[in-house]
Design a protein around this ligand. Structure first.
Ligand code: ZN
Ligand code: ZN
Length: 399
């Protein structure tokens, strides 16, 4: 068994390269499904470290694999690699060099941390038992997400347990949010294209205004969680866009309306019934007003379920490093890590990386001023990921 101070020493020896790698990735962000250069960077470094790349992995995702000399479980460690369509509003030497694209969710940090963990374990096979898979996932931010394809590519057939961290720019360094059970929402979107009949405002009886069913739908859809769902389940439905007519043109009844929004629920089964009700209401209300409607429903990520045993491993690893484990309730955000969690025991934790100096106020994710205290926090995050791996080998058996 490795000594507890070994991981700290290995992280110290890896040095500033961790922060440099994160900053390099931050300066060169790529949108979901377009992470070509990021994937090249990942693959060439893994190969250089002597890590086998799995064949048959689609798109810009990459899976590296290392086997230890001792028997043990197959453990997956996952990082997502994509950036977002945002203009960075930070004055930093490593600010995004790509107009309109920014790592504003910290996936640059995830990639750098997992790469460092892979390079360290490649040099220290004595720390590995069984097999460890380093999963660099494309397109977490954009439906259908990268995880579902990795599952189709068969990686979860090889893996017994899977872990991930997500950095948290709003929570201080030294805090971690992990718990078992349902963690994030199942999501869905809907879109209505409603067609009535355009005409003159003075002669409404010769026209058929599609805004009438659209406005009724806004109320009807918002009532679904209140009236059609068990009040003890958590669900929300939003109407997010409504487009019709020409701004300022008051005497024209429009012909078409497009409207849509999203559904978020903690129980994946409830999503199905809400989506069906949206579909039913869309068709019924438009029919009542003699308007045609095209309904498009998209089922996004399922709910993310964190395994209790894996969550306990992540919490124990945190306590060993003096990290404060917070008990944060589940929320209606979404994570495509959910697809892995449907296949095998899985856990994801949120790792605090807010600026301890207060120079950068904590910012929400997906914000143009998103900021991570990388220098202060990344070494601890790396130490944490390696400690999770160590604890997983101690606590989890080969199924
Ligand atoms: Zn995000
Ligand atoms: Zn993210």
């Amino acid at each position: 068994m490795m000594m507890d101070n070994t991981i700290k020493d290995l992280v110290a020896a890896y040095g500033h390269e961790l922060v440099e790698n994160r900053r390099y990735l931050h300066a060169h962000p790529e949108l979901s499904f377009q992470e070509k250069h990021t994937a090249q960077w990942i693959r060439s470094r893994l190969k250089k470290a002597g890590i086998t790349l799995l064949e048959g992995i689609s798109g810009n995702s990459t899976v590296g694999c290392l086997k230890g000399n001792k028997p043990g479980p197959a453990i997956g460690l996952r990082a997502d690699i994509d950036a977002l369509g945002l203009i960075e509003n930070n004055d930093l030497p490593y600010k995004s060099t790509v107009p309109g694209v920014m790592h504003a969710c910290g996936h640059d940090a995830h990639t750098a941390i997992l790469m460092a963990a892979a390079e360290i374990l490649a040099k220290h096979p004595e720390l590995i038992a069984g097999t460890v898979y380093f999963i660099f996932e494309q397109a977490e931010e954009f439906l259908p997400g990268g995880a579902v394809q990795l599952v189709k590519d068969g990686i979860m057939d090889k893996i017994d347990y899977i872990f991930a961290i997500h950095v948290n720019a709003e929570s201080p360094i030294g805090t971690l949010d992990v718990h078992g059970g349902t963690r994030f929402a199942a999501v869905g979107t809907y879109d209505f294209k409603i067609t009535g009949k355009g005409g003159h405002g003075g002669f409404p009886h010769t026209a058929n205004n599609p805004l009438i069913p659209a406005s009724e739908l806004i109320t009807a859809i918002h009532l679904i969680p209140a009236m059609k769902c068990d009040p003890l389940t958590s669900s929300t439905v939003s109407v997010s866009y409504l487009h019709c007519g020409v701004e300022g043109v008051a005497n024209v009844i429009p012909e078409k309306v497009s409207m849509g929004g999203c559904v978020r629920v903690l129980d994946t089964k409830v999503r199905e019934s809400i989506m069906k009700e949206i579909d039913r209401l869309g068709r019924a209300i438009c029919a009542a007003h003699n308007c045609a409607v095209e309904v498009t429903l998209v089922y996004g990520y399922p709910a993310c379920i964190v395994d209790e045993k894996c969550a306990a491993v992540m919490a124990e690893a945190a306590r060993e490093l003096g990290i404060n484990v917070l008990d944060v309730p589940p929320n209606l955000g979404a994570e495509d890590f959910a697809y892995f969690s449907q296949e095998k025991p899985a856990a994801i934790a949120w790792f605090g990386l807010a600026d301890p100096t207060g120079t950068h106020a904590p910012t929400p994710h997906h914000n143009p001023a998103f900021y991570l205290a990388d220098e202060a926090g990344l070494p601890l995050a790396l130490e944490y990921v390696l400690t999770v791996y160590k604890k997983a080998l101690q606590r989890l058996t080969t199924p």
